[in-house]
Design a protein around this ligand. Structure first.
Ligand SMILES: Nc1ncnc2c1ncn2[C@@H]1O[C@H](COP(=O)(O)OP(=O)(O)OP(=O)(O)O)[C@@H](O)[C@H]1O
Ligand SMILES: [Mg+2]
Length: 289
């Protein structure tokens, strides 16, 4: 089963991470004292209001960004930059348009110096798992959004990473395609036994896919709750109407709603509605500035 990653690998440890950006000369605390763990082989999601620092955290684990404070390790080694041990999939498709589907998947393997037939066989195996083998010679602009994103996932998996970092990978897809993608991803994850850190705005998606879900607060982002998902594997769509699923859905929705309101209240207070004296006059609704 475990053809690609050694058992017990893919342990992500984020300890006391703080990130401060400067926007127009003003310091902005994006992430504050965040600690979280992804155990080997675990599927972990992060949910939270827009702007709470989810992508920032993922970019740190990917090695694209250094935290101002705290330590992040993968299998005990501090992160010093991007690496083949971590596959990354973003919301926007990032395939090379001039390469065929299989060439896209083989790209990282070629960079690693793998021979032609080994590359081809690995790419074809993974494309088969994702239901894309019959499209191996197509080019990205001949594919639908869902297919492009599947190729993106397969490409990230090709170099046998221990961890996959996914930032709203299905955010641009329609809801039916999304459900199919979720099933394909869980199947691939189960077969390849890797760890996944997954960001989503979709609470049902987070529950369906994950072993545990972290909820973040409004900015500056902190961990508000760690919710284990005690649904059996393999997950099936009918579980989405089970009492456990519905209870988790309610719990997470309530937690996120509080934070989304806080996030919007904060933004409005920074130059929006708060502080304005609203009135309804003969000319209609207006703000007295
Ligand atoms: N490079 C940067 N420079 C300055 N500020 C930044 C930078 N990257 C992110 N930020 C700010 O940090 C905060 C967190 O951003 P981040 O993109 O991590 O949020 P997010 O939780 O991923 O939001 P969303 O759900 O909308 O994708 C935001 O206020 C954002 O404006
Ligand atoms: Mg984001």
């Amino acid at each position: 089963m475990n053809a690609t990653s050694a058992p017990g690998r893919g342990h992500i440890d984020i300890q006391d991470v703080c990130v401060r950006f400067t926007q127009n000369g003003v310091p902005l605390d994006a992430v504050q004292s965040v600690s979280l763990t992804v155990n080997p082989g675990e599927f972990v999601s992060i949910v939270g209001p827009s702007g709470c620092g989810k992508s920032t955290l993922l970019n740190i684990v990917a090695g694209f960004l250094k935290p101002d404070q705290g330590v992040v390790t993968v299998d005990g080694a501090p992160i010093t930059g991007p690496g083949a041990d971590r596959g990354v999939v973003f919301q926007q498709y990032s395939l090379f348009p001039w390469l065929s589907v299989r060439q896209n998947v083989e790209f990282g393997l070629k960079m690693q110096g793998l021979g032609r037939s080994a590359r081809e066989s690995r790419a074809r195996t993974l494309l088969g798992l994702a239901g894309l083998l019959s499209f191996e010679n197509h080019y990205p602009d001949q594919l639908s959004g869902g297919m492009k994103q599947r190729v993106g996932i397969v490409r990230a998996l090709a170099t046998s990473p221990q961890v996959m970092l996914m930032d709203e990978p299905f955010g641009a897809l329609d809801s039916q395609t999304r459900v199919v993608m979720q099933e394909i991803l869980t199947n691939m994850w189960q077969q390849l036994r890797l760890s996944v850190l997954f960001i989503t705005h979709d609470i049902e998606e987070a529950i369906f896919l994950s072993d545990k879900v972290y909820v973040m607060t409004a900015r500056p982002g902190r961990i508000k709750a760690e919710i284990p998902v005690l649904l059996p594997r393999p997950r099936t769509p009918d579980m989405m109407s089970s009492p456990t699923f519905l209870a988790l859905n309610r719990q997470l929705r309530a937690l996120i709603r509080e934070e989304s309101l806080a996030a919007m209240g904060g933004e409005l207070g920074e130059g929006g509605l708060a502080g304005h004296d609203w009135h309804v006059g003969a000319e209609g609704v207006g703000a007295m500035l």
